[in-house]
Design a protein around this ligand. Structure first.
Ligand code: KIV
Length: 286
């Protein structure tokens, strides 16, 4: 039986029932199908795709056009999970109007259920209000916000100093007041998140931020596709990257050894078709 569509109401009920919400990123049709078949509650078309599928050093480079292609492919693969799309850096910074225009594109052209906006400062609150007023649910994202990591002093945990912990609490309350439906908190000590959690009616999804109301991880990190070092908050559940390399290397070995393709990987031809092919070679003009 097909799982029913996950809704915002259902996510709020899960928080109330203390049922952990599971979110994972996806960037194309196959990863969307994997997430949906695994019955996660939410799929995030993260701008982390800039790094894990487009090969950039940070999330900053990805464009709206690129994100829309990824998001539409994910939408085609997801049947029941709630689909959230990151709006990339530069597509909401200029004005509320720009933020609404961008968010509308993700809903109309890619079928997003909600958009995710990084940051909780004054201009970000204005953007959240504007997008919510346009009828589009917003997932806020505070703590470590990779789009503006340079301003935060690099890709480092937040909420660890007096000032930073207070900012985290204030921003969490402010994005809720601005109308966000959910909140992602990244790379913040669980003790700091726990201070504000009881004051938040909206579900809080953690990534390196303690248990909160649910978790999100980058699919390529948790499956072991990402090469090299990952953040401290990543847990690897599989070694798919190695399995992929092994599979492609085995294919390369068999092609080079003349083992692949074998007869069963081809098509049979009627003898007269082969004869006709020879005749065509003998009389190429006919
Ligand atoms: O882009 C992304 O994948 C994210 C998650 C890490 C929360 O924003």
């Amino acid at each position: 039986m097909m799982r029913p569509q996950v809704t915002l109401r259902q996510l709020a009920e899960m928080k109330a029932a203390r049922e952990p919400i599971v979110m994972v990123t996806a960037y194309d049709f196959p990863t969307a199908r994997v997430a949906d078949r695994a019955e996660v509650d939410m799929v995030l078309v993260g701008d982390s795709g800039a790094q894990v599928v487009l090969g950039h050093d940070s999330t900053v480079a990805v464009t709206v056009a690129e994100m829309l292609v990824l998001a539409a492919a994910v939408r085609r693969g997801v049947r029941s999970a709630f689909v959230v799309c990151d709006v990339p850096f530069g597509s909401t910074e200029v004005s509320d109007e720009q933020a609404v225009t961008t968010a509308v594109r993700f809903v109309k052209e890619a079928g997003a259920d909600a958009v995710k906006l990084e940051g909780g400062g004054p201009s970000r609150l204005s953007r959240i209000r504007a997008v919510v007023a346009a009828g589009i649910p917003v997932v806020a994202h505070i703590g470590l916000t990779p789009q503006t990591a340079t301003a935060l002093g690099g890709m480092r945990a937040q909420g660890r100093t007096t000032e930073s912990a207070q900012r985290l609490v204030r921003e969490a309350l402010a994005v809720q007041d601005a109308g966000a439906s959910l909140l992602v908190i990244e790379a913040v000590p669980a003790e700091v998140v726990d201070v504000v959690l009881p004051e938040l009616r909206i579900p809080v999804i953690g990534i390196g931020a303690g248990p909160a109301d649910g978790q999100v991880l980058v699919m390529h990190d948790l499956l072991g596709i990402t090469e090299g070092k990952t953040a401290a908050f990543v847990k690897r559940y599989a070694a798919i990257g190695e399995a992929m390399v092994d599979g492609v290397a085995a294919y390369a070995r068999e092609v080079r050894a003349g083992v692949f393709p074998a007869a069963e990987h081809g098509y049979a031809a009627a003898p007269e078709a082969v004869e006709a092919a020879r005749a065509a070679l003998a009389q190429p003009g006919d």
